[in-house]
Design a binder for this molecule. Structure first.
Ligand code: FUL
Length: 682
């Protein structure tokens, strides 16, 4: 026995002697649960609760449990969609601000146990936990500390209630990977019938240190999210964007959930942060967090989602994309379509790592165990670094032939701290090195995007850092261009501007209704189209020759010489659907500047997040002198509330200089609003 012990000790010693000494950590460093979590990178949010049925974003707390009544609730569909989209977990709104809970909690009647769903016998948290298990996903809980239903909210009793509920959630549903504490809290609410405003001291009221202790006891591996951690922090906006410079370290003791100055001062982390609290970027796939039928046409497009991907995961943040599950209890078809497009594109962008086919060299190596080859293997645990105190750190990749690429991916080995403060990517050109791109922080993952580059060799120089860099992975990719049509805008002068979907793409268009090709007119700069016309445009990747489907754009008279008779009415003719005019007179009167032959009109309802004054019943009138008016059309925009898209109305041709769109009725009884009004002359 003794001999065997000695022998193993010898083996260990001789092994250690060969391996170079590991670098000392740069503090603070992540806890093991944080290291495991950062590998997930990408997971989904489910906002599904009472608000789904009250069609609200924030419920008041007085909603009736009977309202929670999905027709086809299928948590397995959510899990399947998430898994197929490449997500690693799902977090559900177990309790939102309105206080309604999705499990049969013993501590409240404001729960699904009093809803018609499964006759009150259901447990949605349990069903989703099981579905996640089935699809290999991790399972997380969103719990709103603010509770607009509970009579005791604001008093010490409520803290006991909160702890009791957390105990249920963290005991009865298996392993929880993340507990999400929302920072929004304190304000007016139902509060058991009191109907009043209750403000709490966000720093002290919830007794956070005690809550954290409880979560740690019940789920030692769970990450706790709130504005300032303790384990993972809010990225500071709801667009899904982290920052060019994003530190995983935070001055955590200066931060508390819901502090007003958080987004500006703390969200990007601090170089001298005292604790490891990495960023998580949360964003909804639609404008709202909860489902609203009127947002069915506002699901984020592939370019928007891709931008989010690169600005979150590509900037040292995890990405939490929200699905507002609909009133059936399903992720809506439009959302499924959008997320699958993102998944396919990300897969395509990172399909081939050109670096793994290259010969890698470093200017210096620490010694055994820290070889440059480590940056090319799939193992995050192995990394390359230099001897201590080394001033220069450079990695060169030689491809052996000319290759084309447009992405650089770097990963630091963060278990020993985040270090890099700046780096430069260069390419070899005739024996010289030319800068391609540069970045600041790296952290868990950093991706740089740049126009196509052709080179035989590239070099990454780590130009500044807290200490020697520890680089776990380097990737060079040639992401195929986004082959989708260009987007366009038209100024009210009639000027058309096209925007290409990706760097390096070209745009071709026609003005005669014919299908465009790479032989059509090439778009170089904005141009004028003042009369009615049909434009068709395509995007072309000049390298591969691939072209998109054509986009068809029907435009009509430019509005440069138009005048709205009412003050501030110009917002309705500025060709910007994001702005709007609200009319106390419930009408909009426009002087077209000259007599015009009209065959119809268009009305774009207000496009804001919380719109009002949608016209549901209208009258359209014309006048040659601005005094006597003739009605040429009237009717109903029947589905405008659920689908607030541009409404098009045609009528028999009429000559006129003045037009007036009158609201006979608006959907909510508020003053009529007009995002944009136009005419049809064809
Ligand atoms: C916010 C909440 O107020 C929203 O309703 C949503 O839940 C979002 C994820 O967090 O603070």
């Amino acid at each position: 026995m003794k001999n065997t012990l000695w022998l193993s000790l010898l083996v260990v010693l001789s092994f250690c002697a060969e391996k170079a000494t590991p670098p000392a950590p740069v503090l603070p460093v992540p806890a093991p649960r944080q290291i495991a979590w950062q590998e997930l990178e990408y997971y989904g949010f489910i906002h599904f609760n009472m608000n789904t049925f009250s069609d609200r974003e924030w419920g008041f707390g007085d909603e009736k449990p009977e309202m929670f009544n999905p027709s086809d609730l299928q948590p397995r569909q959510w899990a399947q969609v998430a898994a197929e989209a490449g997500m690693k977990g799902l977090i559900i709104t177990a309790k939102h601000h309105d206080g309604f809970v999705l499990w049969p909690s013993a501590y409240t009647e404001h729960s699904i146990k009093n809803s018609p769903w499964k006759e009150g016998k259901g447990d949605l948290i349990k069903e989703l936990a099981e579905a996640c298990k089935e699809y290999g996903l991790k399972f997380g809980i969103y719990y709103s500390p603010w509770d607009r239903n509970h009579p005791d909210y604001g008093k010490p009793e409520y803290i006991t209630y909160m702890r009791n509920q957390l105990t249920e959630l963290l005991t009865n549903y298996g392993e929880i990977f993340e507990v999400w504490f929302d920072g929004a809290n304190g304000g007016d609410g139902y509060y058991g019938g009191a109907n009043e405003t209750r403000k709490v001291d966000k720093l002290t009221y919830y007794q956070w240190p005690e809550v954290y202790k409880l979560v740690r006891e019940l789920q030692p591996n769970a990450m706790m999210f709130s504005d300032g951690g303790p384990d993972v922090r809010w990225v500071g906006n709801e667009h899904g964007f982290a920052y060019e410079t994003t530190w995983s370290t935070l001055m955590r003791d200066s931060v508390y959930a819901g502090m007003p100055e958080y987004p500006e001062k703390y969200a990007s982390g601090q170089e001298n942060g005292t604790h490891w609290v990495p960023a998580e970027a949360d964003v909804s796939i639609r404008p709202g967090w909860y489902y609203h039928k009127y947002e069915d046409h506002k699901v984020k497009t592939l370019p928007q989602l891709l931008e989010i991907y690169y600005k979150s995961i590509g900037r040292n943040s995890s990405l939490l994309i929200n699905f507002p599950v609909d009133t059936r209890g399903l992720i809506h078809e439009n959302d499924v379509d959008a997320i699958m497009k993102l998944a396919a594109k990300v897969k395509e962008d990172f399909a081939v790592n050109l670096a793994s086919q290259a010969a890698a060299r470093a200017n210096d190596e620490r010694g055994k165990g820290y070889k440059i080859e480590n940056v090319l293997d799939e193992d995050y645990e192995t990394y390359w670094t230099t001897p201590d105190g080394s001033e220069d750190a450079e990695i060169t990749l030689e491809f052996g032939e000319e290759v084309i690429f447009n992405r650089l991916m770097l990963q630091e080995y963060t278990p020993l701290g985040q270090r890099v403060k700046s780096f430069i990517l260069e390419k070899e050109a005739d024996g010289n090195w030319e800068k391609i791109a540069e970045g600041t922080t790296i952290g868990h993952k950093r991706i740089l995007r740049f126009p196509d580059v052709t080179a035989r060799a590239v070099r990454v120089r780590f130009t500044d850092g807290k200490d020697i860099p520890l680089i776990s992975k380097v990737g060079i990719y040639n992401a195929p261009k986004l082959i989708i049509p260009p987007t366009y805008s038209r100024a009210n002068s009639g000027e058309i501007t096209f925007t290409k979907p990706d760097e390096g793409m070209e745009i071709y268009f026609t003005l005669d209704d014919s299908d465009p090709s790479a032989e059509s007119q090439k778009y170089a700069e904005p141009f004028m189209v003042e009369q009615a016309a049909t434009l068709k445009a395509i995007s072309v990747d000049p390298v591969s020759g691939q072209k998109s489907e054509p986009v068809r754009i029907d435009v009509d008279l430019a509005k440069a010489n138009w005048k709205v008779i009412q003050a501030k009415g110009e917002k309705a003719i500025d060709e910007n659907s994001g702005s709007y005019f609200e009319s106390e007179e419930n009408s909009l009167t426009i002087d077209l500047g000259e007599e015009t032959s009209l065959k119809g009109f268009t009305y774009m309802p207000m496009q804001a997040r919380y719109p009002s004054g949608f016209i549901t019943n209208y009258v359209f009138e014309v006048s040659t002198n601005g005094n006597s008016w003739k009605q040429v059309a009237s009717g109903e925009f029947s589905n405008i509330v659920n689908s607030p898209i541009e409404q098009i109305v045609r009528f028999a041709e009429v000559k006129s200089r003045f037009i007036r769109l009158k609201a006979i009725k608006t959907a909510d009884g508020n003053a009529a609003t007009f995002a944009e009004v136009g005419v049809l002359t064809r």
